[in-house]
Ligand binder design. Structure first.
Ligand SMILES: O=C(O)CCC(=O)C(=O)O
Ligand SMILES: [Fe+2]
Length: 146
């Protein structure tokens, strides 16, 4: 597991820039402690951004790319982003739970059959693949699709 504090300074023109660009997490599971006062995290659902309301001290558990791969797409790793506030700084803590880099991950065989063919390759060290694609247009998880 590794943890990251995200600090988003207030911004006079928040409509022009993301705090954190749209992405899905590369981890298996992410545990997020969002800011207890300032809204900013949003998830893409059916093509629309849905804001996560402030809920002080609540932890948000997010499915990451590696769980999407291991469940053969049964659990989806959702796209999300953080927007900035005009008035307030914002802070969040994200804890990324990730298999060891040497561990091979692949869809569970029980979740593959004729009606649900295997969707992902077997990979090791997905973090390396993830950061290779992170700044580009292509979603990292698309690079490991069959
Ligand atoms: O700032 C947030 O609430 C979310 C942060 C996040 O998505 C991330 O660190 O991957
Ligand atoms: Fe994230």
């Amino acid at each position: 597991m590794f943890a990251r504090f995200n600090y988003y300074p207030r911004c006079p023109r928040p409509e022009l820039v993301y705090g954190l660009k749209p992405h899905s997490d590369g981890a298996a599971i992410t545990i997020v402690l969002p800011d207890k006062e300032v809204e900013g995290l949003q998830f893409l659902r059916d093509g629309r951004w849905v804001k996560i309301p402030v809920l002080p001290h609540a932890l948000l558990i997010n499915v990451g790319d590696q769980v999407e791969m291991m469940t053969n797409g049964m659990f989806k790793s959702p796209m999300h982003s953080a927007i900035l506030s005009r008035e307030h700084d914002r802070i969040s803590l994200a804890m990324f739970c990730t298999p060891d880099a040497e561990t091979e991950i692949e869809p569970a065989s029980e979740l593959i059959d004729e009606s649900r063919p295997r969707l992902y390759k077997k990979v090791k060290n997905y973090a390396r693949i993830y950061f290779h694609y992170y700044l580009g247009e292509k979603r990292p998880i698309d690079a490991v699709k069959l």
